[in-house]
Design a protein around this ligand. Structure first.
Ligand code: ADP
Ligand code: ZN
Ligand code: ZN
Length: 731
């Protein structure tokens, strides 16, 4: 028999199938194997097995051995990988790698084995004891001890009695040493099981809709409407039916509450796929899923590749989040993969959000998805009241601070009542450029064409693109002036200002700086959840689905910030953000408030947001998209050309441009836009960035395929050309 093998090397040239003879036992489809390659031995994946090869038999080499007994990849995973290969035109090796913990490759991690001693039951205990020398007390004690229990770790016995006693007993055949796999569990056992609630009629309806639908279902539920409870019920039903489930969340570090809710309901049935776990833990969780021990995979987007069989449901929570799109190689869109995976295993597919993507809602409107709506909050409370603070008035009144008078007033009230508040800053707005007041010089990164951010705690300048750090400037390198300043409001500055306003308030900060280490997010969220702080200040991270019952006020400092982006999704993103952040307020007993600060109080988008009028927003937005030919009424194709040598990069850009110009000429009627230019961020990590940008309204697949082909044709060792389809980040 012949195995078709993809070697585990990510290179364009090696991205093809190699045939090997099968001369060892146990090789099957999906097995990882060691194969001879040139004069090396490398790992590979068996993706097919066939009778004959087109190569002459004497030219074929043989597989050396298999890596794991059980094939790492299931049939379904292989089919999914082949689908992705066809759709995204990336190398098969890079796709297959998504399906297993990276540490499994090259044998960096394997099962943890522990040795136990077990008594030989076929010899009566007193016979064994009488055969042991009087002086060998340790041996006798071990035998007596083992007679009382089933087994004990050899390490425990060795330490307590002696290792030589164990060896002697084993030699005599009185005890047996057995190896067992043990799991490195990333979490403690939870004994409290979450109270099961009675579903509201809206929740029941959502569950029924999903179960009765043979299409994907979009659950559009306002924040606090109990979507999570619906997911839990659906998963429960799926497990009852003998199937497995995949639950995706935007960012696992930000959703400890979701995890604990799943864990408390399903215990060891669920496994977490989380980049923050240790290599061993990651492997063990993966293994529990692969072996069928665990039936529910929960994780960020890559959990869509969970090694489960018989998947009955796939749930994508907060489906509008950008993190569901992989922006680095291999680029993929989670919902594409989920649709395919659901189709392959005939699974239900659920998208949930308070603010669905325009594309998803359109799908629901057009009947491609079923729609379930949760309009009411579970607690029966109305959505928090939104107070608009007109920042133009504040400026006129002579208030230069980041806090409007309504926000100050509401903060005071909140603190007085012993409740908690969240202050939200838009990440885009919190960059703190360093500017020379005399000549206008702006400090920039040496490797990227972006300005540096000032970080006060460590008095450093940092590049948010490549993480390079620089010492804070003493003077301007251009004109020598010492009148250097930083502009913009950062989280630190907001915390400082808050401390000045409310000296006795306990304030926590959550942003990229304070969440560097593995436990960072969890610690801060727990501190706040345990009411060890009164105010939480943060960026996008705090907008996610946290459920803090005691929060009655949310302040949005700069609701305008993202309104002015050239990105066609700027309005959609702002609407989502405002709604999500506002949803953190008033989730339990007391009703909540939101203060939204803006320089544009009349902006119609904000007016939809404060009324939580998603449909109103959607109707206006979809009309705009249609009129201006933006997605979902077109597709944006961007060919990125990147390289360290600017001349060579431009050369490749030219090749790519002229080739795609031919495509443009051929399909001119399909294009509403076509041009080449520098990318908005001209250089990142020393690579110059140019692009060919196109927007097309028809013949999408043909043009897309031709563009993919152009990228493959003109990429060189020095310059990379790759295609992005409707990229979520247009930098
Ligand atoms: P969402 O995910 O839509 O924001 P959650 O699922 O987090 O909402 O629900 C909000 C709160 O309401 C949670 O504390 C949850 O335990 C509770 N909850 C959900 N459904 C019910 C119900 N049917 N009865 C009582 N409490 C519920
Ligand atoms: Zn200067
Ligand atoms: Zn940089």
């Amino acid at each position: 028999m012949i195995a078709e093998v993809i070697v585990d090397v990510n290179s364009q040239e090696l991205d093809r199938i190699f045939d090997y003879k099968i001369t060892t036992q146990g090789v099957s489809c999906g097995s990882r194997v060691i194969v001879p390659f040139g004069n090396r031995k490398i790992e590979g994946f068996v993706i097919n097995i066939k009778e004959n090869s087109d190569f002459p038999s004497d030219k074929l080499k043989s597989i050396i051995r298999i890596v794991e007994e059980i094939p790492a990849l299931t049939e379904e995973c292989l089919t999914l990988a082949k689908f992705m290969k066809q759709k995204y035109h990336t190398s098969m090796a890079s796709i297959l790698r998504l399906f297993l913990p990276s540490e499994m490759r090259n044998g960096k991690v394997r099962s943890k084995m522990i040795n136990f001693a077990v008594l030989n039951k076929s010899i009566p205990l007193d016979v064994m004891l009488s055969n042991i020398r009087k002086t060998a007390e340790n041996q006798k004690e071990i035998l007596n001890y083992l007679a009382t229990i089933e087994k004990e770790k050899t390490s425990v016995l060795g330490e307590k009695y002696s290792y030589s006693a164990l060896t002697s007993l084993e030699k005599k055949g009185y005890i047996e040493i057995v190896s067992e796999r043990i799991l490195r569990s990333p979490y403690q056992k939870l004994d409290a099981t979450l109270n099961k609630v009675n579903l509201t009629s809206e929740q029941k309806n959502a569950v029924e809709t999903v179960l009765n639908s043979n299409k994907p279902t979009l659950i559009h539920g306002v924040t606090g409407s109990g979507k999570t409870e619906v997911y839990l019920r659906l998963i429960e039903q799926t497990i009852k039916d003998g199937k497995t489930a995949i639950m995706l969340v935007p960012e696992i570090a930000l959703t400890p509450q979701m995890l604990s809710r799943l864990r408390s309901r399903f215990n060891d049935d669920c496994a977490i796929l989380h980049s923050g776990l240790s290599a061993g833990e990651k492997f063990d969780e993966w293994w529990r899923l692969r072996s069928g021990e665990a039936k529910i995979a929960i994780g960020a987007r890559s959990a869509i590749f969970a090694p489960l069989t018989n998947v009955g449901i796939i749930i994508i929570d907060e489906e509008h989040e950008q993190s569901y799109e992989s922006e680095t190689n291999p680029r993929y869109v989670t919902s594409d993969v989920a649709l395919k995976r659901a189709e392959l295993s005939n699974a239900k597919l659920v998208f949930g959000s308070a603010t669905p993507k325009i594309e998803s809602y359109l799908n629901a409107m057009e009947g491609k998805y079923s729609l379930a709506v949760l309009k009411e909050r579970v607690n029966g409370k109305p959505l928090p009241e939104v107070i608009i603070a007109d920042m133009r008035l504040e400026v006129r009144k002579g208030n230069p601070s980041a806090f409007s008078s309504p926000l100050k007033y509401e903060l005071e009230e909140t603190l007085k009542n012993g409740n908690q508040a969240i202050i939200f800053l838009n990440r885009r707005g919190y960059s703190q450029k360093v500017i020379c007041r005399e000549c206008g010089y702006v400090a920039k990164c040496q490797h990227c064409e972006v300005s540096l951010n000032y970080h006060k705690t460590d008095n450093l300048l940092k590049c948010h693109y490549c993480n390079t750090q620089y010492a804070m400037l003493d003077g301007c390198p251009e004109c020598g002036s010492v009148n250097i300043n930083y502009s913009g409001t950062g989280t630190q500055k907001v915390v400082d200002d808050l401390k000045a306003l409310f000296p006795s308030a306990r304030i926590l900060r959550m942003d990229n700086d304070t969440t560097q280490n593995k436990e960072g997010h969890y610690k801060i969220l727990k501190e706040f959840g345990d009411k060890n702080a009164d105010i939480l200040v943060g960026t996008q991270m705090i907008a996610k689905g946290h459920d803090f019952p005691n929060v009655t006020l949310v302040g949005i400092l700069d609701a305008d910030m993202s309104l002015y982006f050239s990105d066609y999704r700027a309005l959609e993103r702002t609407f989502q953000l405002v709604t999500q952040v506002a949803g953190r307020s008033g989730r339990a007993g007391s009703s909540g408030k939101v203060v939204l600060q803006t320089y544009n109080p009349q902006n119609s988008l904000l007016n939809y947001a404060i009324k939580y009028d998603y449909e109103g927003f959607y109707n206006r937005e979809i009309m705009l998209r249609k009129a201006s030919h933006f997605p979902p009424y077109s597709n944006i194709l961007r060919i990125m050309v990147e390289g360290e040598d600017e001349g060579k990069t431009i050369e490749t850009l030219k090749n790519v441009f002229f080739a795609s110009k031919d495509v443009y000429d051929k399909y001119q009627k399909s294009f509403v836009y076509f041009d080449r230019m520098k990318s908005p961020v001209k250089r990142i990590k020393n690579c110059y960035r140019y692009q060919v940008l196109a927007r097309i309204t028809s013949n999408f697949e043909e043009i897309e395929n031709e563009f993919y082909e152009i990228c493959e044709r003109y990429s060189t060792r020095q310059t990379l050309a790759y295609l992005e389809v409707n990229p979520s980040n247009m930098n």
